[in-house]
Write a protein that binds this ligand. Structure first.
Ligand code: C5P
Length: 221
């Protein structure tokens, strides 16, 4: 049976943690689309290509190969996952993600994956663009303060020193750019279920999503 699940929402809403757990429950392939935008950002920054240098970016995209091995993104043959969440990437990714050429290539790759596998994808335009016809769409939200707090704890746990105020500002700025860009902005799909997780823990959100899927699909494990 074909099943696809779309999870959208602003930065730090807990999408990836939750998507991974829901993936396990239904044996879905988890695709973190944000890491694909982060990977292009990493390459562009390494090669000093600015977001407005569209021709250079197009060449970079043409020369780039990426795929997922389990939950890890392999970029031109290398596991770069540890670099993708660094603050320099977070601070710049939204500017590259707003570029049409970048989105065209990554949406194409994401849709190809979804044709091949039963997937759960998280991102900003999954319910509205990438998996427009998805059986299950969720829009995960939480206050900016709560989202910044969660990111802060995550980074500190990884041993990455960050300033909470700076992190909060980055999140607010990123949400603004993502929500206001011309192409495929972050927005809730009309048929997505909105979950405000400000006062919910991960288990509660996962339980809600799993229950909803089970109640609405005649799913055979
Ligand atoms: O999900 P994550 O926070 O890692 O995403 C990083 C950035 O990638 C977002 O802030 C957004 O600019 C971009 N993105 C996007 N569309 C997606 C996923 C991520 O534009 N589907």
């Amino acid at each position: 049976m074909r099943i696809t699940v779309a999870i959208d929402g602003p930065a730090g809403a807990g999408k990836s943690t939750i998507a991974k757990l829901v993936a396990k429950e239904f044996d879905l392939i988890y695709i973190n689309t944000g890491s694909m935008y982060r990977a292009i950002t990493l390459l562009a920054l390494t090669k000093n290509i600015e977001p407005f240098e569209v021709e250079k970016l197009q060449k970079l995209l043409d020369d780039t190969d990426m795929y997922f091995k389990k939950d890890r993104l392999i970029l031109n043959g290398e596991d770069v996952n540890d670099e993708l969440t660094l603050p320099t990437i977070s601070n710049n990714v939204s500017n590259y993600a707003a570029i049409k050429e970048v989105r065209d290539k990554l949406v194409f790759l994401q849709q190809k994956m979804a044709q091949k596998f039963n997937v759960i994808m998280d991102g900003r335009d999954i319910g509205t663009v990438v998996l427009k016809d998805s059986n299950f769409k969720f829009y995960l939200n939480a206050t900016a303060d709560e989202r910044a707090k969660r990111r802060y704890d995550e980074l500190i746990e990884k041993g990455i020193e960050v300033d909470y105020r700076e992190l909060l500002e980055t999140i607010i700025k990123r949400d603004y750019i993502d929500s206001n860009r011309e192409i495929n902005p972050l927005t809730k799909a009309a048929d997505a279920i909105e979950i405000d997780s400000t006062n919910m823990n991960i288990e509660e959100v996962v339980e809600f999503i799993v229950k909803h899927i089970k109640n609405n699909i005649n799913y055979r494990m």
